[in-house]
Design a protein around this ligand. Sequence first.
Ligand code: DOR
Length: 454
Amino acid sequence: MSYSSSSAGLVIRKAHILLSDDSWLLGDVQIRDGQIVRIASEIEETDDGELNAEGLTLLPGVIDPQVHFREPGLEHKEDLHSASHACAKGGVTSFLEMPNTKPITSTQAALDDKLQRAAQKSLVNYGFFIGATGENTADLLSVNPTPGIKIFMGSMKGDLLVDTEAALEPIFAEGERLIAVHAENQERIRQRKQLFAGFHDPSFHSLIQDNQTALEATQLALKLSKKYQRRLHILHLSTADEAQLLRQEKPAWVTTEVTPQHLLLNTSAYEKLGTLAQMNPPLKSPADNQVLWQALLDGVIDFIATDHAPHTLQEKAKRYPDTPAGMPGVETSLPLLLTQAMQGRCTVAQVANWMSKAVAKGYGIPNKGAIAVGYDADLVLVDLQSYYPVRREGLMTRCGWSPFEGWNLTGWPVTTIVGGEVVYDRGTFRDRPCGQALSFTGSTLSDAESSQDG
Ligand code: DOR
């Protein structure tokens, strides 16, 4: 370990610190009782523990607002222990997890069960969405704490699929809680699956669930959100068409996100990755990559999520379309984006905004997402000077693979801190869980508006 611990607190020394106004300071950060208490160019000797951060860059910990961590019920793919270790290694200090576990998270009891499991296992902070089934309107209004209601408008089987306007409308009409949608038109998917039945080339996945499939569902979600002025978040935007629609009309109470996969991979990935490149919504064209990037830079897209969706190599080795859709992502998202920054595509401050500050604002997570006095000490020290490739060996996700294997990246986390506790340091993990349940104040309209500033 590169730090000395003390029961009093921790001082991080000589880091390049990204401050909350996007300016930089070469200096020290003092942490006490889980919070940042001082930031200065030089803090005098204290009886706190010390962490030498010379040559490293200090960023707010990543808040990943869309992950699938598989516990309970699908632990052979991932569980909260393996997933939160992957988070710690990737600089992700908080996550928001989706309800498609077994059982699904559609009641207070199921939510409480996940919270209890996370308290016993998670190295990082956690929040869990409540899933809409079309029949649990009362639960959607009453459960707590939750970042919001998840609706699968498409690409889902069973109770979590809510795919007709008639079933969606009452969910939008009742309550004020944030609604996050997986926007793909299930009826169009059904028709196109028939059209392409008998084809086993995984690249057909992007033809079946095409741009129109995503656009139609996004249009419907927007229509309902405008009708009821309902806080809407559109998950993993994947097409130029949706980005252009939102550029033209995006009410202040609507936010959206994009994944590193939809920014950096496209249909050409099937050739090398086969079914490993299969996800929902599917990868699209290089032109879609470009328009999504521009929309992110322009603030049309508010933040970044990984949609971490681990499946085993065995499951992925089946023949398309019997393969499950999804890719892991929490270990690689920050270095992927920081590498883009170092290559001049955006700034490091923009990356921190998309991966921390704007997420905290969008979901109303108090005291997180920035490095400032009084904020929670959820931090990541990254090395922006060396490049290392993504390697299958050493990945913490239980599924044991990444679509980005071989990519040479910079900005790898060296040390990750959650609530003032070092949870990851140069290959070593804290041996006890210390993640906390996140609280959500719910973003106000002006919060949603200001999340577009960056
Ligand atoms: O590709 C995906 N996989 N997209 C989703 O929305 C769900 C996820 C999963 O849970 O496997």
